[in-house]
Design a protein around this ligand. Sequence first.
Ligand code: DOR
Ligand code: ZN
Length: 428
Amino acid sequence: MRYLIKGGIIVDPVKETLAQQDLLIDQGLIVNIGADISDQEAKVIEATGRYVCPGLLDMHVHLREPGYEYKEDIASGTRAAAMGGFTAVACMPNTNPVADNGSVISYILQRAQGMPSKVYPIGALTKGSAGKELTEMADLKESGAVAFSDDGQPVMDAGMMYRVMQYAAMLDLPVISHCEDLSLAGGGLMHEGPISAMLGLKGIPAAAEEAMVARDILLAEATGCKLHLAHISTVGSVRMVRQAKERGLKVTAEVGPHHFTLTEEAVQGFNTNAKVNPPLRSMKDVEAIKEGLKDGVIDVIATDHAPHAFHEKDAEFQYAPNGLIGLETAVGLVFTELVHTGILSVPQAVARLCTNPRKILGLPGGFLDIGGVADITIIDPELSDVVDPGKMQSKSKNTPFGGRRLTGWPVATLCGGVLVMENRQLQE
Ligand code: DOR
Ligand code: ZN
């Protein structure tokens, strides 16, 4: 199939430039980029006033398959990704069974064939993510794992993390760390502060995250391992990442859109859709994260898309699981809260949603080039709409953003040269 994307603004997140040009796709590849391309046979995708971006990649997604298909599966999760403008996702290993061996990784890759978004599996650091025994990390890599993580659980034992990092360094894959010291977080339900006191909910102090960020930066330095810090959420974490980078360490970091758009106040009314780990923090933390995004200390925006069934979230606050879905609101939140407010330019936003995560995971691409694979996301920056969880592709609806008006939505997604979403409709 040939497609001609007409009149759009081509985003180059590497050179940080924008240019109005046409783009021609044939047989899955970008075959021409230039002014006024015409082609009789190609299907035209009208993109005047829209940003034509290299396909976005969400490096922190829970697809829940195998084992928790009632929450999400690879089919529904990749549909949600395509709707959200993501041509690729990296999926976390906290499935059932845990993706802690090559056969689970192979299973995920096989199930992901032909889906509307590409899937890059992440292998577990320890068996069952229980923190006690190393996985066969070389086997995981050979089977297709792009990184290692026990996300959802911290590796509490520093000696274990040290060994894991030594192996990861040898295999040249990043360790993605879920930073939470359970002896500090223990049993907490939300951010520790005035709201937790008011609601009578046990708090999780910022130090629970920061103590582990400090430890893992130290261990990454000692082992030479590439360390990627998942979902950081506090002033102190941003500061430590900044310092680590200044010292030239191989440390990168991500934040979720919920951590730069919501504070602990969203929990008021015991809203279980605002229960997430790490928890929504204070306004000061939100400001530090925005600053970190602006100056590039935070490399990546990743959603931590964590689907849970309605009946699980429809529980007393203490019994509801942590997590919120993010694939279908990420671009809207980034444009509304970061781009339209002048915090990030469009190329900078795309770098954090595409180029930087690709680089961290060692994947090619991340920019639009003749000869490259046609993974493309088209965004209408002025399209304004209210988030409607009922219309989402995800099997789960646990979002705290329902009813929120967002300006700037993905309007077309091409994955490997196939138009998988157009005008906010999936193409079957
Ligand atoms: O809120 C969260 N949900 N945080 C995690 O670390 C895990 C995730 C999940 O798997 O539901
Ligand atoms: Zn996660």
